[in-house]
Every structure is written in C-alpha cells, then in structure tokens.
Design a protein around this ligand. Structure first.
Ligand SMILES: [Zn+2]
Length: 216
C-alpha cells in the first residue's frame, strides 16, 4: 500500500521549482567550467613544449578526468543522487558540535581565534526499501528536528527539502520544510526560501488524515 503524500501541493510545487533552478544553474556552471578547464588544458598542451598528451599521457588524461568530474563536487551535483525522496522511520539521533569553517576558509590557523562552532544533529532513517539514510541538521534545523522528530517516527522526506514530515502526531509550530526556519510573528512564507510555512494541523485537516485513521 502506498502512503499518502504529506507535502502540501503549494510547497511541492516550490520544491520542484527549486530542483529545476538547481539543475539549470548546475548545467550552466558545468558548461562554463568545462569551457575554461578544457580550454586551459588544450591551450597548455598547444603552448608548452614539454607537456602534451603523447609525452605526458598519464598526467594529461588524469587532468582531463579531473576536469570532467570536478563539477559534480564543486557544484554539489551529487545531491541529486544522495538526497532523493524517501519514506521511512527515524532510528537514531546523534548530537555533535562541529567546527564551522565557513568563515575561516584556508586561513584556519590565522583565524583560530575566530573559529565558531555549530550545533549538529545527525538523524538516521531506515527507509521502507530497507536501506539507511543519514541527514545532518545544523543550528536552527537541529533545534527544530530534535523538537519535531522522535525515534520511531514514520516520516516522508521530499528531495530538495530539509525537514522530513511525520505521518503521526500534530506539531503546533509552523516551519519551513526547505530550510528548517520556524515561523516568527505572522509571516506566512519563509523569508529565505520564499516557501509557505508548513502548518501540520491545517494540513491534517485538509487531507482528512488524523492519527487514528491514518495507518501506514
Ligand atoms: Zn526556508
């Protein structure tokens, strides 16, 4: 039996748009990267007397493969495969404090005094297909996920969102499914993602799905 789709249509449409935008941007960035990367490689081969595909075949083809695969990691394209939608169950939650290197970059030592730490919660899920998925939630997302999910909760995760949605229970606070921001004041949309806040109670009413009659 397939489970009902928990995500309100309005948010589902936004997430699809987000995915489309990500793919278009990735294609453009990759095209530019290939143009510059291969252009530079072929130009170096053409201009240099000691470096070409015949005298340095290993180096040449290694650099070619490097240019070919680098965009997958540089532009986070791997998330298209690693963060696919799934349905499953929360089986573990682990808290960690990690260094936040986003502002230090390569000058870690010089900036040692400025190192900040981030609050991380790693949640493990057992998928309905029998696999395991792990998602790391940071700072505000981590605070929300600890409050929202408990071990044993059955959830549905949609690609390009951040917070998985629960099949049971009703959460009082409204939050952004994309980034984990909780609603402040009377705002109806997340200022960061431009996605309507998820209102679990209203969604349950709309779907006519309540804990007792909503068996998975
Ligand atoms: Zn958001």
């Amino acid at each position: 039996m397939s489970r009902a789709d928990l995500l309100p249509q309005e948010i589902a449409i936004e997430l699809k748009k987000k995915k489309k935008k990500f793919i278009v941007k990735s294609i453009i960035k990759t095209a530019i990267f290939y143009l510059l990367g291969f252009g530079f490689l072929l130009l170096s081969e053409h201009k240099s007397e000691s470096f070409d595909r015949y005298s340095e075949p290993y180096l040449f083809w290694f650099l070619c493969i490097l240019v070919l695969v680098l965009p997958v990691f540089l532009f986070n394209i791997y998330i298209l495969v690693t963060r696919r939608s799934f349905k499953g169950k929360v089986v573990g939650m682990k808290n960690q404090v990690r260094m936040d290197l986003s502002e230090c970059g390569m000058f870690l030592r010089a900036n040692a005094a400025r190192i900040k730490y981030k609050d991380v919660c790693i949640v493990s899920f057992e998928t309905e297909k029998g696999g395991t998925r792990r998602i790391a939630f940071e700072n505000e997302e981590a605070v929300l996920i600890r409050d929202y999910c408990k071990i044993g909760d059955e959830i549905s995760y949609t690609e390009f969102s951040k917070i998985p949605l629960k099949y049971h229970g009703v959460y009082e606070k409204k939050f952004c499914v994309c980034c984990g921001n909780t609603q402040r004041g009377e705002d109806t949309c997340c200022a960061k993602c431009k996605v309507p806040f998820y209102d679990e109670k209203a969604n349950r009413d709309e779907l006519g799905l309540w804990q007792e009659d909503f068996k998975i």
